[in-house]
Design a protein around this ligand. Structure first.
Ligand SMILES: C[S@@+](CC[C@H](N)C(=O)[O-])C[C@H]1O[C@@H](n2cnc3c(N)ncnc32)[C@H](O)[C@@H]1O
Length: 202
């Protein structure tokens, strides 16, 4: 796997997910997100930017009894075609609206958040998932709530940490999926590290 750097952003994301899945022994990010959802009782969930819909199918497979709906402009199987900025649902329909690695990619994330809040029931929650502190900073910047260097990030609602062992080849490959290249000294590897999912409520 090391060495090959996929060209498109979505291929790079897929390649990163595959490597992290192998390293932490569970499907990244879907089973990790589902672990987070599983910390809460049965909720009606809307996944915005649901992509290929894998998390939704896995949630259904795990027997999630409540409503589970996904939307995406380029929807996978079982996902409805829609944009975050204009959700095709009435007010107060869901308990959780999930943005997994999505807000940072939207042209108008503030509008998407307003739409999410519209379709939430009173007491419902928006969950924004980022995979690690750097991605959290990018997401906050997209929301025009930037974190200055040295600021303490907001306390996440959920932090799930998965220990993993990273070889020099893995590190090189992961850097490549971010479009970066760097000298990785094999003498410093392998290292014990951790993959981390942060969920916070914007
Ligand atoms: C980085 S992928 C994340 C996919 C999935 N949530 C995950 O964590 O694997 C970003 C997703 O946002 C979707 N997207 C892009 N623009 C969008 C919009 N305006 N509204 C909703 N989703 C959008 C893309 O089609 C893509 O599926």
């Amino acid at each position: 796997m090391a060495g090959g750097h996929p060209a498109s952003a979505s291929a790079r994301l897929g390649a990163r997910d595959s490597l992290l899945s192998r390293l932490c022994g569970r499907a990244w990010p879907e089973s990790v997100l589902l672990d987070a959802l599983g910390l809460f009782p049965a909720l009606d969930v809307l996944d915005v930017g649901a992509g290929d819909g894998r998390p939704l199918r896995e949630l259904a497979r795990r027997g999630h009894a409540s409503r589970v709906v996904g939307v995406d402009p380029t929807p996978g199987p079982g996902v409805q075609p829609a944009h975050a900025e204009a959700l095709p649902f009435p007010d107060a329909r869901f308990d959780v609206v999930l943005f997994a690695r999505v807000l940072a990619h939207l042209p108008d994330p503030a509008r998407a958040l307003a739409e999410a809040r519209r379709v939430l029931r009173p007491g419902g929650q928006v969950w924004a998932a980022a995979h690690g502190p750097a991605h959290l900073r990018a997401t906050r910047a997209a929301l025009r709530q930037p974190l200055a260097p040295g600021d303490t990030p907001p306390e996440p609602a959920v932090i799930l940490t998965y220990p993993l062992r990273v070889t020099a080849d893995d590190a090189r490959f992961l850097l490549g999926t971010y479009g970066e290249e760097a000298e990785v000294s094999p003498h410093l590897f392998p290292v014990q590290d951790a993959a981390q999912l942060l969920v916070w409520r914007p």
